[in-house]
Design a protein around this ligand. Structure first.
Ligand code: HSE
Length: 442
């Protein structure tokens, strides 16, 4: 083992921070043997010094002032696990300016401030590592940066929010209500401090922006991605999907369109054929399918959230940071390599659709809907319906859920048709819309 031990500053001792600290202690000798670098955790910054900890830790290590980590000349590497974007931003920025490599799992931070922080990382020649920001324990960041480096990435599709996948699987497989499934995901430590981000699609979107940045070479601003969450999914959608041979997943799709060199970027509940591998990804598991021009199709699978899987990803980065500290000339943090990306307008993205309308059971209502679809050149591949009273005894008995399966069409055309359909007095103006994803294209 060479040199004096590297000193680590850990900011945040919540679920993941605790997992990181425990594992660095438990597997300390193994990590030193594998890296041939000795290390120690020198300081841990926490929000509340008097809070009871789930891990045994020497109180002398604790501080409630993160500046102590940045200002300590002996600390070589900083791990940011405090979450949120305000203090985390101050901390990461200060650490990079102090030339201390940073390991973070904070996808919201990277989505909001990634451009600036990666620029600062390049200017200060101080790497910023973020394996834990996407896919929990799945080593997708390193894979995109290193193992798949020779590929032009044609498409990434995946399930990258553990909480929403846990909710969808519990609703589908166990008949658990949406609210109960969300509460269980929170108890298990999968959900964000504010679980709104898990269910409204934005946590997955933050991760998608990171994947797009790695695959295409430059940070992508959040306004470029189209995001829909799982909040409006009902048990009946699973039954309709099942009868039609599908399951429902919150899917991220990033696709490069060669013809106009533009990126399609979206997150949305989607119908996935039961036979596709992604359909069998259940519970907290995530899966990311990456298709490259050289490697072809690959699928990365593992636990997408939770204390230990995320700690595994963080510590992978810490070890990389330690190696880079010994050989800074080769540092492996992200560097922008593309100047500009064109993002396909959402209106131009094309897929088949599932649309469920709540309608008054009056003559002509199907004709009204079908007419608007026809006017916009949208073909109907099938319809089905459930009298509303059969689903919910409290619901009005004169209403129906009408489902339309639509042939592939641009989202702009469908949006136009839905706007016109919503003007009818007999049709609730906000239907449930899912894309039907075809993921096995050549
Ligand atoms: N809340 C996130 C999820 C945690 O459920 O996937 C991991 O990023």
């Amino acid at each position: 083992m060479t040199g004096k031990p590297l000193q680590i500053g850990l900011a945040g001792l919540g679920t993941v921070g605790t997992g990181v600290y425990e594992t660095l202690c438990r597997n300390h000798d193994l990590l030193e043997a594998r890296t041939q670098i000795s290390f120690a955790v020198k300081k841990v910054a926490v929000h509340n010094l008097s809070r009871k900890r789930e891990v045994e830790i020497d109180p002398a290590l604790l501080t409630d002032d993160w500046h102590e980590l940045v200002n300590d000349p002996e600390i070589d590497i900083i791990i940011e696990l405090i979450g949120g974007t305000q203090t985390a931003y101050q901390l990461v920025r200060a650490a990079l300016l102090a030339h201390k490599p940073v390991v973070t799992g904070n996808k919201a931070l990277l989505a909001e401030f990634g451009s600036e922080l990666f620029k600062l990382s390049a200017e200060t020649k101080t790497p910023l590592y973020f394996e834990a920001s996407c896919g929990g324990g799945i080593p997708i960041i390193q894979s995109l940066q290193n193992s798949l480096i020779c590929n032009n990435v044609q498409r990434i599709a995946g399930i990258i929010n553990g909480t929403s996948n846990y909710i969808l699987s519990s609703m589908e497989k166990k008949g658990v209500s949406y609210a109960d499934a969300l509460a269980a995901a929170q108890r298990k430590g999968y959900a964000e401090a504010d679980p709104t981000l898990d269910v409204n699609g934005w946590d997955a979107a933050h991760k998608a922006l990171i994947l797009a940045m790695l695959a295409y070479g430059t940070p992508v601003a959040p306004e470029n991605i189209s995001v829909y969450g799982i909040e409006r999914i009902a048990a009946m959608d699973f039954r309709f999907a099942h009868d039609l041979g599908y399951t429902i997943k919150l899917l991220v799709v990033i696709r490069h369109h060669e013809e106009n060199d533009a990126l399609e970027l979206r997150v949305q509940p989607s119908f996935v054929k039961k036979e596709h591998l992604l359909a069998s990804v259940n519970g907290v598991f995530n899966a990311i399918a990456v298709r490259g021009d050289i490697v072809g199709e690959t699928i990365f699978y593992g636990r997408g959230a939770g204390k230990n899987p995320t700690a595994s990803a963080v510590i992978g980065d810490v070890m990389l940071a330690m190696r880079d500290c010994r050989h800074p000339e080769f540092h492996s943090g992200f560097r922008t390599y593309t100047k500009q990306l064109t993002v396909l307008p959402q209106e131009d993205t094309v897929t088949p659709y599932y649309v469920r309308f709540l309608v008054k059971d009056t003559p002509g209502v199907i004709a009204t809907i079908a007419t608007e679809f026809a006017k916009n050149g949208i073909g109907i591949s099938g319809t089905t319906s459930t009298p509303h009273a059969a689903e919910d005894e409290d619901a009005p008995t004169d209403s129906n859920d009408l489902v339309f399966m639509l042939h592939a069409c641009p989202w702009g055309k469908l949006k136009q048709a839905l706007r016109a359909i919503g003007e009818s007095d007999c049709i609730e103006p906000h239907p449930v819309v899912f894309r039907i994803e075809t993921l096995n294209e050549a």
